[in-house]
Design a protein around this ligand. Sequence first.
Ligand code: ADP
Ligand code: MG
Length: 238
Amino acid sequence: MASVEITGLKKNFGAVEVIHGIDLQIEDGEFVALVGPSGCGKSTLLRIISGLEPASGGEIRIGGNVVNHLNPRERNIAMVFQNYALYPHMSVAKNMGFNLKLSGMNRKAIDEKVKDVAKLLELDNLLDRKPGQLSGGQRQRVAMGRAIVRDPAAFLFDEPLSNLDAKLRVQMRSEIKTLHQRVKTTSIYVTHDQIEAMTLADRVVILNGGNIEQAGRPIDLYNKPDNLFVAAFIGTPS
Ligand code: ADP
Ligand code: MG
């Protein structure tokens, strides 16, 4: 895991600038939620950090090193999407080890790494199961485990729970919180759900129209919003 530092980040699509010079420092091990209305640039910002999309200006540092010129694999950042996309025909163990196998690690080292991570995530009793034999929460844990075995510098989440019903969403939320407490991997979590952001994150960043309106601890945003937009978004009583 590593710090993620963004300075003067800009993004244009053709003639249109959608991110206008963002500065954001995320500490090693910190959990930051990125919130804001639809179209404000949350997904674009994540895609730029991960290397899926080039920046138009500014700098991205991971663990202190500039990574603008590196591809996603070289940046070693794990993206977690809504759809966990486990391989249905492979066991939990095979799913978790798959990327390690692709990277050329030997069988024994893969088995050891998968076992260690499975133990950490309490998946050690489920290693022989297929994804179809798991609950939603367990599948999520396997997907996270598959990313963790590669020791990613950071986790990026793009609205991973938005397709779930309310009850499952609350359950998965606490699952993600527990995982972070165990592995402490630097995490940037995009959501349009303020409550999710406030309960999960060490720090919440409020984005609007490609700019940061305010960033701070949930309690500070709630008690001391910088402006009406933040107050309305967080739901501070006026
Ligand atoms: P969010 O995830 O906050 O809903 P996005 O990052 O998806 O917002 O989009 C930010 C802005 O950039 C929007 O105005 C969107 O229309 C625009 N945009 C995103 N991706 C592209 C693209 N590939 N080409 C052109 N415009 C894009
Ligand atoms: Mg989005």
